[in-house]
Design a protein around this ligand. Structure first.
Ligand code: 3HC
Ligand code: NAI
Length: 686
């Protein structure tokens, strides 16, 4: 049964039990309506506690139902029915009361919560707005300013903050059910509070709405839902309850069918599928109680900080004492930064730092569970490190490399017990970026692979399994992006036009600005290695910029010029002159923003399809997660693969064929052509 009713003297306890997260399926909505009718009719019942079984209160509408026509009873009617109940209902909240779950709680006469609970309206993160009175009841309960924050930001608040806002009436210490029943018994004798629908919205200062709207627009750029959610809160504050409910519902239903909502739903499910690949079902990871990082450079210190944030004791191994000191100082700088930003207190920072032991003695690693190597990108250096680790570590310790481009199999040659070796590719800065590519070799056992996924969960990262190839998933696609960006320059576009077009598409910065920020030397180094392998990487302009030491911001210029102390890119005559020379004799054309975006994004999709065909990625959704969490691809576009499917694969193939005919991109691969018939990438990945 989804809804169970028990009785504790005069209090009825309605328990919702709809695993895993008590989402508001049709059966649950129906069950709640029936519960109100049954308890209204029961003269022995004076008050009702609404509580949930399992890990959480109702976590919202059932997202699985969003692609389908809404089935009655509709959620607004459920909430209205609870609000009109003859007995006071008390929502007893643990876990998360989110979206429709919070809206149900707003229909109750009271809300109580355990201190660890969180409450929120995350609908904008799914490209929609609350659809069952959230934007209408909330300003009436907690005032327009707090309502705007909650509804347009989508982030939940903890129970204590919710209590301070007036969203929660009491915090329950100890057992929630018992506390909820005691609260209900108390309230049974008192007059029922006025339903939220009948309350007036507190007045706002002049100019409040205009200022708030500007702030929301600045934060959300091209995402549609936050401004529509804002409009609904504003409308709800300026009109009567019934009209406001109608306005909210209309917006909700419109956005529910929108492209952005479909894209954000796709990402929601991809993110939830990623940590639990079906091929690892039932495989237990190894224990991880301690960790070590070899190399205290850019990546090593970020990884060490991430491990400490997750509570693991960490040993940091560097080459010599001065390098150890440098590494520790850089970790300290990371924690200090978190204190400055208000993320952690000084006490927590001190505790995190005190959990890092720096040393140049590999002997300390004799009992460490997990070792992550982040030394120079040089196979000989890395092999020497793993030789030492093989000698000192326990045979069951998991050994991982953070290499970007080297072949993990080649690195693992000579490792004793190679079945415990794998690639763990973090992204810079490693304590912040959410993506973790997990790269098994042929010999890695499922148990060790599962340990990689367990580590991601522990660190709060999004894990994506990647096969071995140059650049794994993300950097392999990045190479295509960069080559395309140069092709554009040689056929008439400028760096600033390309960057502006990609920003207009939704990326935080364009490919040239990004290279200037990260440094052109890293890619130059990789191209050199590729040439040594007999490949012919395409970067004629970048090569020439590097030849004159224009490495980007750090050298005062790259694709753009920079004045000292100013990171704003200025068009560079030097770069323009090189582009003109390299473009000589090539056909030129006019580029608008849309065709620039096509010439960058669609070749990415083509390469990603090859990645799927080669099983370097197992699911197209994984590729979307890599681009969103590692490279800033706009989430509201769903990632490149979702974007291609939503746009129409026949059109994607046609545009690529046209670009290929002009010599501006590779022709679509066979797998991509086949998707036009099969209707999507699932068939390749299956
Ligand atoms: N609908 C359907 N399934 C959902 C769901 C939802 N709202 N929320 C979570 N799930 C599923 C997940 O897909 C996952 O399924 P799986 O086990 O088959 O992979 C399972 O529940 C567990 O989810 P998590 O792995 O995310 O579990 P956690 O314990 O880590 O987190 C949570 C729990 C905080 C509730 C988190 O799942 C969450 O944030 N869910 C989304 C909540 C949300 O966005 N609600 C608003 C929906 S929109 C709405 O209500 C509209 C209304 O205004 C009309
Ligand atoms: P870095 O040059 O900043 O740091 C490397 C560190 O390793 C130095 O501090 C060096 O002293 C230390 N080291 C070298 N040999 C050592 C040894 N034998 N024992 C102990 N320490 C040793 O390099 P960075 O950028 O941190 O890169 C490290 C690895 O991470 C490389 O494989 C790189 O490809 C990879 N990577 C880098 C990313 C980036 O954005 N910088 C992103 C993802 C992976």
């Amino acid at each position: 049964m989804t809804v169970n009713i028990t009785h504790e003297n005069a209090v009825a306890v309605v328990t919702v039990d709809n695993p895993p997260v008590n989402a508001l399926s049709q059966a649950l909505r129906q069950g709640l309506i029936e519960a109100v009718a049954e308890l209204d009719a029961d003269a022995a019942v004076k008050a009702v506690v609404l509580i949930c079984a399992g890990r959480t209160f109702i976590a919202g509408a059932d997202v699985n139902e969003f692609g389908k026509p809404p089935q009655p009873p509709h959620l607004p009617d459920v909430v209205t029915t609870i609000a009109a109940a003859k007995k006071p209902w008390v929502a007893a909240i643990h876990g998360s009361a989110l979206g429709g779950g919070l809206e149900v709680a707003l229909g109750c006469a009271y809300r109580v919560a355990v201190a660890s609970a969180s409450l929120g309206l995350p609908e904008v993160k799914l490209g929609i707005i609350p659809g069952a009175g959230g934007t209408v009841r909330l300003p009436r309960l907690i005032g327009p300013a707090a309502a705007v924050d909650l509804v347009t930001g989508g982030s939940p608040v903890g129970a204590k903050k919710a209590h301070a806002l007036g969203l929660v009436d009491a915090i329950i210490d100890g057992d929630l059910r018992a506390g909820g029943i005691a609260f209900a018994n108390d309230s049974a004798g008192k007059p029922v509070p006025q339903p939220i629908s009948g309350r007036a919205v507190p007045a706002v200062e002049a100019g409040f709405w205009e200022g708030a709207e500007k702030a929301v627009a600045a934060k959300t750029k091209r995402e549609v839902a936050p401004l529509r959610a804002f409009a609904s809160v504003r409308n709800a504050s300026e009109t009567d309850f019934a009209s406001a409910m109608a306005f909210e519902r209309e917006t909700f239903l419109e956005l529910r069918g929108s492209e952005q909502a479909a894209a954000l739903r796709h990402v929601f499910f991809a993110e939830r599928a990623a940590p639990r690949p079906p091929e690892l079902a039932g495989v237990a990871p190894r224990d991880m109680r301690s960790a070590a990082v070899i190399g205290g450079g850019t990546m090593g210190v970020g990884i060490a900080a991430a491990l400490r944030d997750a509570g693991l004791p960490v040993i940091l191994i560097e080459r010599d004492a001065p390098a150890v000191e440098r590494g520790l100082a850089n970790i300290r700088a990371i924690f200090d930064g978190s204190v400055k930003r208000g993320r952690i207190t000084q006490t927590v920072a001190d505790d995190r730092l005190s959990g890092v032991t720096g040393s140049d003695d590999y002997g300390l690693l004799a009992d460490t569970d997990l070792v992550i190597e982040a030394v120079f990108e040089d196979i000989a250096v890395k092999r020497a490190v793993f030789e030492k680790l093989s000698a000192v570590c326990r045979p069951d310790a998991v050994l991982a490399t953070n290499t970007s481009y080297l072949d993990p199999t080649a690195i693992s040659e000579g490792v004793s017990h190679p079945e415990r070796f794998l690639g763990l590719h973090f992204f810079s800065p490693a304590h912040i970026m959410k993506l973790l590519e997990i790269v098994p070799t042929e010999e890695t056992t499922p148990e060790v692979l599962a340990t990689g996924f367990a580590l991601a969960r522990l660190l709060g990262k999004i894990p994506v399994r990647a096969g071995i190839c140059d650049g794994f998933i993300g950097n392999r696609i990045l190479k295509v992006t960069r080559a395309q960006a140069e092709r554009l320059l040689l056929s008439g576009a400028t760096p600033s036009a390309v960057d502006a077009a990609m920003r207009a598409f939704g990326l935080p910065m364009g490919p040239f600005e990004a290279q200037d920020l990260g440094g052109l030397d890293i890619a130059a180094f990789q191209r050199k290695a590729a040439r040594e392998r007999g490949e012919a990487p395409f970067a004629p302009v970048a090569e020439r910029l590097c030849a004159i030491a224009r490495f980007g911001q750090k050298s005062g210029g790259g694709w753009y010029d920079y004045t000292p102390g100013d990171r704003a890119p200025k068009p560079s005559e030097t770069a323009a002159a090189i582009i003109t020379e390299e473009a000589a004799g090539r056909p030129q054309r006019l580029w608008d923003e849309a065709s620039i975006a096509d010439a960058i994004i669609l070749p990415m999709v083509n390469e990603a399809t090859r990645i799927l065909e080669e099983r370097v990625a197992l699911r197209s959704g994984d590729i979307d997660l890599v681009k969103i969490h590692g490279y800033g691809f706009p989430r509201w576009r769903g990632g490149p693969m979702h974007y291609a499917e939503a746009r129409g694969l026949a059109e994607v193939v046609a545009v690529l064929d046209q670009l290929a005919a002009e010599g501006l991109a590779d022709a679509p691969c066979d797998g991509l052509r086949q998707t036009v018939q099969t209707g999507g990438f699932a068939a390749i990945a299956g």
